[in-house]
Structures are given as C-alpha cells and as structure tokens.
Design a protein around this ligand. Sequence first.
Ligand SMILES: [Zn+2]
Length: 142
Amino acid sequence: MSSQRPQPPGRWPSRAIRLAVRALPPGPTRDRYRYEFLAELYGMSSTRQMRHAAHLLSRSLLLRAAVNRERQSSTLELIMPVVAPRKRLLCRLNVRHKWVRRLNPDREVYLQCRHCGKDLYDVERSTWPNLGGNVAGLRGGI
Ligand SMILES: [Zn+2]
C-alpha cells in the first residue's frame, strides 16, 4: 500500500519559480508570490510541476505589469489626495495679513489672520523683520 503524501516541489520547478518572481519588484510582494507559487506545486506530479512552473515563468512579465499597475494607483491615494497646506506669500513674509476679530476662551478680543491663523500679538513679538509693518517706526516706534 502506497501512501499519498503531497510531493514537495522539485528542484527545477522551484528554480523556474524563483526565476519567474525575479521579474517582480524586490521585497514583500516578490516574497509573497514566491511562497504562493511554491505552495501551488505541492501535491502535483513532477511533470505537472514542470508544466505549471513553465507556465508561470512565461507569464512573469505580465504579472510584473499587473503588480506595477496596482502599486501605482492605490485606492487611498485616489480617495484622499495629499495636498500640503499653503500659506499666502504675504503671510509667510509677514508683509500683510487679513486681521479678523476673535474671542479667546476668556471672552477677550484678539486679532487673528484669516488666511494663516497667526495672532497679531505673535507677529508683533516675532524677531523676523516685518517688512510691511512695524519697521522704522511706522507702528509708533523710534
Ligand atoms: Zn496671515
């Protein structure tokens, strides 16, 4: 009585599969496909293993194209494009802000820029030269 144990992948089919997955980008994707294809060989006759490995090898470039296409357009990127918030140039240089009145938690009024969110108090305290505001005594200095 012969036992029907699953036959492990043969030497040449294993090599053919390793060669086939080399077309894929290195890393976890390649490893996953290699393990998957090797697992498919278990239980096949040696002739069938060779035929299956040759088929995978002949399709390796198509598989690479499919994997690369999948990597390029991730669903998350399509749904949520990442856009860096941009500040107006006039705000970044502290040349001009659009001040609006706001209330702090203590119900005190302060001025905040509508575009960049800076407080007037912080802008006046900043050490960066204020090109459009309090230079040369325009705001009551000197
Ligand atoms: Zn601003």
